[in-house]
Design a protein around this ligand. Structure first.
Ligand SMILES: Cc1cc2nc3c(=O)[nH]c(=O)nc-3n(C[C@H](O)[C@H](O)[C@H](O)COP(=O)(O)O)c2cc1C
Length: 350
């Protein structure tokens, strides 16, 4: 499968096109809308989220609620568009450190940074959540599920501290990042491959996780902690039981060995940097006058770690769904499930 997104933060709408979906997949719009709503929530979000109430509009590829095998096109309208479409806004010339503003303006020869920031904005992640929701619907057919949780915000591990830290950052015109964990359950052994670098499952997941705005680090299982421990404490011993097959007592590998899923839950953690738009702006230089100044402030979140967790689930769901289709094939959901069941029976008999 493949997908593309289009759309700007204050443009008319966000668009996503998915190609390669099997037919007869029930597209549950209510489920997609619930996922879109999850992305909009979380403590520390800015004023934009009070304006937008994202809702999916299916444009093509679905008939009687089910996919036909044709490309699926989806649209999410930007409710804020009506406030912007006729507004005359001066060019943005003071780039924000940590954003696409300066490198993007130089690269694309734009003297109004808005032509860069509108597309670089994480508003685009609404389209990715829609795509990921469709991937989740496909995975549901194979009994594969994903969940996520926030592990840290602003360096604090205890949830009781988060609200206070976010309030403090808000008061000080500052922002916060955090750490998110994604767990994927029910993944069969054998997705991905050891045989070629670009087919490794951990590499593919890392690529998609890193593509999310603001994500600066990714680890699997013990991750960086494993680098500090001896092998005897890191690798998951292998055992066998007559009726259960091969199993492990630990999952330090995070469900992936040699670029392949090993049948254990896949455990991924991602580090999100603090939001780069600060109410107390950072030092910058005006690209028109070259004078030292402060960066612009666009209405913005103080932190978006909870929202990012939802986006990360979506991109991971996409990778696993795509790998399932690659491995098991099938032009309809029925064919995919038949192939899947045959494979699971083979694994049980190995
Ligand atoms: C769900 C989500 C919401 C975000 N909200 C904001 C925001 O309101 N303001 C902002 O400056 N950055 C926000 N970001 C982060 C920026 O989009 C991101 O740091 C920027 O695009 C630079 O990308 P990079 O960090 O990957 O280089 C958000 C990110 C995500 C995932």
């Amino acid at each position: 499968m493949r997908y593309l997104t289009a759309g700007e933060s204050h443009g008319e709408a966000l668009i996503a096109i998915i190609e390669g979906l099997p037919s007869n997949l029930f597209i549950d719009a209510e489920f997609i809308n619930k996922e879109l709503e999850r992305r909009q929530k979380g403590y520390g979000r800015g004023g934009r989220m009070a304006i937008e109430k994202d809702e999916i509009h299916i444009i093509s590829g679905v008939r009687d609620g089910k996919t036909t095998g044709a490309p699926l096109a989806m649209e999410i309208k930007n409710r804020d568009y009506k406030n912007w479409k006729d507004k005359k806004v001066p060019p943005v010339t003071r780039p924000r450190p940590g954003h696409a503003d300066l490198p993007g303006s130089i690269k694309y020869n734009q003297r109004d940074i808005r032509n860069i920031l509108e597309r670089a904005s994480a508003r685009e992640t609404a389209a990715r959540v829609a795509v990921g929701s469709v991937a989740k619907l496909l995975l549901k057919e194979l009994n594969i599920s994903l969940k996520s949780r926030v592990l840290e915000i602003g360096g604090a591990k205890r949830e009781e501290k988060w609200k206070r830290l976010i309030e403090k950052a808000k008061k000080e015109g500052d922002t916060l990042g955090g750490i998110i964990e994604i767990v994927i359950e029910g993944v069969p052994v054998g997705l991905g491959s050891h045989a070629q670098w670009d087919r490794k499952l951990d590499a593919l997941l890392a690529y998609h996780v890193m593509s999310v705005q603001g994500i600066k680090g990714v680890e699997f299982g013990l991750g960086f902690e494993g680098a500090r421990l001896p092998g005897s404490l890191v690798h998951d011993d292998i055992y066998y039981k007559e009726n259960e097959g091969f199993y492990r007592k630990t999952n330090n590998a995070g469900g992936i060995e040699g670029g392949m899923s090993n049948g254990n839950p896949i455990v991924i953690r991602a580090a999100m940097k603090p939001i780069p738009t600060l109410l107390r702006p950072l030092d910058s230089v005006d690209i028109a006058t070259k004078e030292e100044t402060k960066a612009i402030y666009e209405r913005s979140d103080v932190t978006a770690v909870e929202a990012a967790a939802c986006v990360l689930e979506a991109v991971c769901a996409w990778v696993i769904a795509d790998e399932c289709l690659k491995k098991f094939g099938g032009d309809s959901v029925e064919e995919l499930k038949r192939n899947y069941d045959t494979y699971l029976a083979y694994v049980r008999s190995f």
